[in-house]
Design a protein around this ligand. Structure first.
Ligand code: F6P
Length: 341
C-alpha cells in the first residue's frame, strides 16, 4: 500500500506529530510506503509529491508548523482540478490519502471521496471548531499562548490603570477566547456566537475600575457588536470564500476609551497563537490521531475521520464529522457569569 499524506489550511502545532505517527506506524507495522504531498491540495494540482520515510520524520515531534507545507487551496476552484488530482495520485501510485485539515480541507476531501479517492481525515485547527471531535490538536497550545499573554497583560494594565483588549483567533467560534479568558482571569470575554452590547461592555469595564482593578477584555476576531458588522482586515476572499478578519480589538479599545474616558489599548495575538512547539497534550492527541488514521487506512475504512470522544479515539463518517461548526454552547459561556464584569 502506498499512502500520501497532506496538511491543508492554516497550520497548527501538532501537524508534524501526526505525520510522524502515521509514517512510523505505517512503515513499522504495516510495511506501507509513504509520499508527502506539498502544500495541501496544491501539491496534487501541481504534482509536487516527495518521498516520506522514517528518516524524514525523525526529530519533528516538538516542531511547530508542518514539514509538508500548507495552503488554502481548493482543488474544485481550479480548472481540471479533479482530473489533475487523479493524475498525480496515479503517477505516484498512491492508493490512499491521509488528509490533515480543518473544515475547508476536509470539506474538499469529502467531495474527492465521493469521486472515488480513498481518504482518511484527521481534524486539526487551533479554533477547535470541528463538530465531530471533542478537541482538535493545536487548540491546547493556542490557549496556553493566549493565557500567558493575558497573564502578562494584567501587570502592565494594573500599572497604568487602563483597559487592555486582547484579540485572539476564532473565526466562527470563541473557544480560544473562552478558555484563555477564563484561565487568564479576564473580565470581559466576547465570542462570535454571541453578538455583544457595547454599552454593557463599557459598564463592565467601569465596574472593574471602581474596585481598583484594570479590566482585561478578551475578544475573538470573529466577534461583532449587536448593532454593527464584523471588522475585516481587507475585502479579499480565500478559495473557500473566507474573508480575512482582525480589527475588532482596535475598534473596541477606541469605543471603550471614548465612552469611559479612560485609556484603552489593544494587543492582537494573531499568528503567534499558531506558531512554535506544540503542548504535551497536543503532541499526545496528534500522535493518537495519527496512529488511528493509519489503522483506518489498513482497514480500508475510507471516507472516515478520526475523532476524540471523551478519552477514546473513534472513527466517524467524514461528511457527518465536519457537517457544521462546533460552537460555544450558551450554557457553557454562562457558567462563568460570576467572573464577567
Ligand atoms: O482557521 C484557523 C484560523 O486560525 C482562524 O481563526 C483565522 O481566521 C485564520 O486561521 C487566519 O489564517 P491565515 O491568516 O493563515 O489565513
Amino acid at each position: 500500500m502506498r499512502v500520501g499524506v497532506l496538511t491543508g489550511g492554516g497550520d497548527c502545532p501538532g501537524l508534524n506529530a501526526v505525520i510522524r505517527s502515521v509514517v512510523r506506524k505505517g512503515v513499522q507495522e504495516y510495511a506501507f510506503e509513504f509520499v508527502g504531498v506539498r502544500d495541501g491540495w496544491l501539491g496534487l494540482l501541481q504534482n509536487d509529491v516527495r518521498p516520506l520515510d522514517v528518516s524524514t520524520v525523525r526529530g519533528i515531534l516538538p516542531r511547530g508548523g508542518t514539514i509538508l507545507g500548507s495552503s488554502r487551496t481548493n482543488p474544485f476552484k481550479h480548472q481540471d482540478g479533479l482530473q489533475r488530482v487523479r493524475e498525480t495520485l496515479a503517477a505516484h501510485e498512491v492508493d490512499a490519502l491521509v488528509v490533515i485539515g480543518g473544515e475547508d480541507t476536509l470539506g474538499a476531501a469529502v467531495e474527492l471521496g465521493r469521486q472515488g479517492i480513498h481518504i482518511v481525515g484527521v481534524p486539526k485547527t487551533i479554533d477547535n471548531d470541528v463538530s465531530g471531535t471533542d478537541y482538535t490538536f493545536g487548540f491546547d497550545t493556542a490557549v496556553g499562548i493566549a493565557t500567558e499573554a493575558i497573564d502578562r497583560l494584567h501587570t502592565t494594565a494594573e500599572s497604568h490603570m487602563r483597559t487592555l483588549v486582547v484579540e485572539v483567533m476564532g473565526r466562527h467560534s470563541g473557544w480560544i477566547a473562552l478558555h484563555a479568558g477564563i484561565a487568564g482571569g479576564a473580565n470581559v470575554i466576547l465570542v462570535p456566537e454571541r453578538p455583544f452590547d457595547i454599552d454593557e461592555v463599557c459598564e463592565q469595564v467601569r465596574n472593574r475600575f471602581k474596585i481598583n482593578y484594570a479590566p482585561i477584555v478578551v475578544v475573538a476576531e470573529g466577534a461583532a457588536p449587536k448593532e454593527g458588522q464584523l471588522v475585516l482586515k481587507d475585502r479579499s476572499l480565500d478559495e473557500f470564500g473566507h474573508v480575512r478578519l482582525s480589527g475588532i480589538g482596535e475598534w473596541l479599545a477606541r469605543e471603550i476609551s471614548e465612552r469611559t474616558g479612560k485609556d484603552a489599548r489593544t494587543t492582537v495575538l494573531g499568528h503567534i497563537q499558531r506558531g512554535g512547539t506544540p503542548s504535551a497534550f497536543d503532541r499526545w492527541l496528534a500522535t493518537r490521531f495519527g496512529l488511528h488514521a493509519v489503522d483506518a487506512v489498513k482497514d480500508g475504512d475510507f471516507g472516515t475521520m478520526v475523532a476524540l470522544h471523551g478519552t477514546e479515539i473513534v472513527r466517524l463518517p467524514l461528511d457527518e464529522a465536519i457537517a457544521r461548526n462546533k460552537l460555544v454552547d450558551p450554557a457553557l459561556y454562562d457558567e462563568f457569569e460570576t467572573f464577567y464584569g
